[in-house]
Design a protein around this ligand. Structure first.
Ligand code: ADP
Ligand code: ZN
Length: 431
């Protein structure tokens, strides 16, 4: 029912016409309602009516995450507050979070693209969907929730964590679909096997996203619990999860181009790259009401193909995200920046701002180790005092990161110093 063939298998010339019309409409709304964009256009001498086709997209300016932060919280909104019905925020970022707003129409579009995504994975009203993404400001939980309801599935809004309960309800309610981060899926899978309950589990499909994961990880999850695992991608700035989704061919994720126009650019020069080349993914929203974004720099690196898929869909496909063009780390689905660690260490008198972050993956769960150098006046050979210090530092770091790092205290002046750019992060995960 939510395989919208008219759109998903659309002739690409027709798609271009549709996109061009929607783009024009959106540019007018931006110019009239968002002073930030009006100023940008005026500076460049561009009028919305100058742009009549998506082919001209590259003439338009980019929007960056910093633009959202600089206009915190609602500066980029294109509708009055009365029309905003939902707010979400991006997790774990430094300083002010990135706030995103939705009108009722935006929420309808969001449910629609997630419903299409579940449909792509063969999920329908006969399914019971366990939503183990976090509910709250993070877009994962509620996003998946409304889309699963829309396809008529029975939804279990259990949110993330509490593995014991997850497995109990999974058995009691006979969940057939699990939606969560791939790392949590792997952990759930391992627990299912170690508890010896695999025979009681009815799961057949997994809808996994919100963090980078590999093909090996997919195989691992699929084999452990005997399900088909699908990749769902999205980011809150564009709408949340459901910007793209894998079909049964599992050969790239289809982007819902009737709502989001993708481009791949060279992150250094901003130049648009030819089809198939690896670069930074950029999105222009063409139906968003509350927060329309023009050429938004995702900082996610991947490739695009416009070749028709074996499933029959003509919508462009993006490859897996192979990395990010900035220094943000995603650990267990939570965003963290090295600068957050630095902030904490500078606030505490016991520590110096010399540290190392080591991210690894053990048993398919991300691990985070932070080596912290103690300042000379606080260093001691007393284990008890060191333990107390470690506890205090761990607490402060956990608070700001929303993650529990394994903290290792090291002696004064033992940490590597740098003359040029510091290299504080070691990411040993094979992503
Ligand atoms: P939050 O900041 O709250 O974690 P975001 O919406 O900002 O939520 O997260 C979006 C980012 O998560 C994307 O830009 C991308 O880097 C990553 N991401 C989401 N889904 C996937 C996926 N399927 N594969 C790889 N990375 C993903
Ligand atoms: Zn396909």
């Amino acid at each position: 029912m939510f395989w919208n063939k008219e759109i998903e298998c659309i002739n690409r010339d027709e798609l271009e016409t549709l996109q061009s019309q929607r783009l024009q409409f959106m540019l007018h709304r931006m110019y009239n309602n968002v002073p930030f964009y009006r100023k940008k256009f005026d500076e460049l001498g561009i009028k919305p009516e100058d742009i009549t086709s998506v082919k001209q997209l590259s003439q338009l300016p980019f929007t960056y995450k910093t633009d959202l932060r600089d206009n915190y919280p609602f500066g980029l909104c294109a509708v009055p507050q009365q029309q905003i019905v939902r707010l979400h925020a991006s997790s774990g970022t430094t300083g002010k979070p990135t706030v995103v707003a939705y009108t009722q129409h935006d929420l309808d579009v969001w449910s629609e693209v997630i419903a299409r995504s579940f449909t792509m994975a063969g999920v329908g009203n006969a399914d019971t969907v366990q939503v183990a993404y976090g509910y709250g400001l993070f877009t994962g939980g509620l996003g998946a929730h409304y889309g699963a309801e829309k396809v008529g599935a029975s939804v279990i809004p259990i949110s993330g964590g509490n593995t014991k309960k997850q497995l109990q309800l999974m058995q009691d309610f006979a969940s057939t679909v699990i939606a969560c981060t791939p790392s949590y899926a792997a952990f759930l899978g391992e627990t299912i096997v170690s508890e010896g309950i695999l025979n009681n589990i009815k799961l057949r499909v997994g809808v996994f996203g919100a963090e980078p994961w590999t093909e090996e990880m997919r195989q691992y999850i699929q084999n452990t619990i005997n399900i088909k695992a699908y990749n769902i991608y999205g980011l809150s700035e564009i709408i949340g999860p459901g910007v793209s989704m894998e079909c049964e061919c599992q050969n790239g994720s289809h982007i819902y181009e009737d709502h989001f126009i993708p481009e791949i650019i060279n992150p250094e020069t901003g130049e648009v790259l030819p089809e198939g080349e690896l670069g930074e993914l950029v999105f222009t929203t063409i139906t968003k009401e509350a927060l329309p974004l023009l050429r938004y720099r995702t900082r996610d690196l991947c490739t695009l193909t416009y070749e028709q898929c074996a499933c029959g869909r003509t919508l462009a496909r993006m490859g897996r995200i192979v990395g990010r063009s900035d220094d943000m780390l995603i650990v267990r689905g939570v965003n963290m920046f090295p600068s957050q660690v630095e902030t904490v260490l500078l606030e505490l008198s016991e520590t110096t701002p010399h540290y190392a972050i080591i991210v690894d993956r053990e048993n398919n769960l991300d691990t985070l180790e932070i080596h912290v150098e103690i300042s000379e006046q606080y260093w001691t050979d007393e284990m008890k005092e060191l333990d107390a210090m470690k506890k205090k530092i761990t607490h402060a770091l956990s608070n700001i990161l929303g993650l529990n790092p394994a903290v290792k205290l090291v002696e004064p002046n033992s940490m590597q110093r740098f003359e040029g750019k510091a290299q504080r992060v070691t990411d040993r995960r094979k992503l």
